[in-house]
Structure formats: C-alpha cells, structure tokens
Design a protein around this ligand. Sequence first.
Ligand SMILES: [Ca+2]
Ligand SMILES: [Ca+2]
Ligand SMILES: [Ca+2]
Length: 306
Amino acid sequence: MIRPIPTLSVLAGVLAAGLMGLPAGAQTPAVYPDGRGGEVHFPLGDISFADEVVSFTPGDPASGPDESIPEEVLGPPDYVDTVDDNYLTLGCGGVLELRFTDNALVDVDGPDLFIFEIGPAVEATELAISGDGEFWVELGRISGAVAAVDLAGHVDVADSFSLVRLTDLRETCHGQWPGADIDAVGAIGAGRRVVLDSSVLFDVDHSDLRPEAEAVLAELAADIARYGNARLLVEGHTDDTGSDAYNQQLSVERASSVGEFLIQHAGLPAMAVEIVGYGESRPTVPNDSDENRTRNRRVEVVIVAY
Ligand SMILES: [Ca+2]
Ligand SMILES: [Ca+2]
Ligand SMILES: [Ca+2]
C-alpha cells in the first residue's frame, strides 16, 4: 500500500513542468461542500485529502459490504446522496488509519483537519495523528456539528504528520449504518511534500551537497520562490545502518545542507525554514533490503504556503 517514492528524475520532470507555466507548485486552492450546506476551503485543493488506507478494523456490529470499503474515504469528498456508496461506515467501535503521501498535515492559523462525515449529525469519533505510526497525538473527539480540528496547542510548529486515525466512540451502534459514516478526510493545514533521494544529494556518510544535487535543488528553489510567502520544513531521514546517534546527527546535517541551499536560492528568510533530523525513526518502508534502505535515505521538504 506504500506508494513508491518518486525518483529524482521524475521529480526533476515535475519541477521542469512547473517552470513551464503550470500553477506555482501545482497548488490549486479549491472549495468543497461540507455536506451540511456550507463550504470548506482547502489551500492545496485535491492533494489535501488522504491518499492511502493503512488499516481498517470494522466495528461490531459492522455495516454491510457496500458501506465497509475503506478506500471510499480517499481523495476529495464525493458523496452525493443516500443511494451512493462513496463513503465508509466505521461500524460500532471501528478504527480507520489513513496516510497522506503527497501532502503533510501541519498546524496553520485556524482549523487544520476536516472530517467529511455524512448523515444528520457528526457521530462521536476520536481523532489522533502521527508522524511515525508509533507516537500518536490525541486530538480529542469530534461530534455534533463540529467536523474541523485545530492542531494548535497539540503540536509544535516544526511538526508534520502523515497519519490520521479515526475511532468510532460507540454512541450509535444500531441500524443499517452503525458508527460514523465518513466520506473524506482532508488537511486544511497542509504542505506539499517533496521527497529527495539522498544518494543523489550526498556521497555516502557525507552531508555536503554533490554538484549534481545543486542543479536539482536549484529547480526546487525556483519552484518554491513562485509561492511568494512560504515556510519550509526540511526533514532528514536515514536507513537503520549505524547507531541511532550517528544517524540522528547525519540526518540533521543533511537536512541543514538542503535547508541552507534553499534559503539562499529561494529567497526565503532563514526563520522561514525549520530543520528537523529524524535519523532512522521514520522509515518509509521496512529496512529489510538494500533497495528499501535506499528508499529510506532521503530528505523531505514540506512547502507550506501562506
Ligand atoms: Ca493527498
Ligand atoms: Ca491550526
Ligand atoms: Ca468518499
């Protein structure tokens, strides 16, 4: 279920396309009906929404098979009326875990996470978010008419999150649709996530940029400059070879090299760039082959426009 990381050549192609007149950063704000007569604005448009189902544990009782397909929650809201099946019924106590891949959930001014729930009222659902799948930040519950959640007070400005977990709180356990009915999950507070392959950026065990890296990063910097006001999270990651402490240090130094280059070339003030080293703590895939370790050695840049 894990989407392959774009290779740098693909990325370079995307960035080149960005320079040829596409909207800056492929960022197209859009407004979506909230299902209750109102609208919700998403600065990143369609990429704002959840991209992958990590797991789904139906509740007990569960709903019928047509309402128990977790992939119906992915992408923008598409529920039209009660006869379509474009939503997931969690079932009583059901648990759904979702991943953002092309975007990252961050704290911006105002609400950051929006749950598109269908039906007459938002049924009580507990929300949690995570960056690594192990440490979860509990955001509390949504219920009544409230479907938006603000991360402020729960997270740090340098944090980004890729995982969201919804747990039905067993308040509606009867009828055809037991538990919460979810159409879509979107990040209002979001940044575009760009993944850079460390083997292109750096020589083994080094943190100074290779000449080949500078050409790619210059294109990324030009792309970022088109946003106008933006802040960046630059996140370094390693594989699991070597000690935790060594990998932590290497990941910080590599993220710093990328961050300093982008500050110089994207015209951003230094305070707009947060450097974070995650060491080996957030692998994209299990560190069980050379190929997977290569994928885990990366620097991710989250671009948050404001
Ligand atoms: Ca997405
Ligand atoms: Ca917020
Ligand atoms: Ca849907």
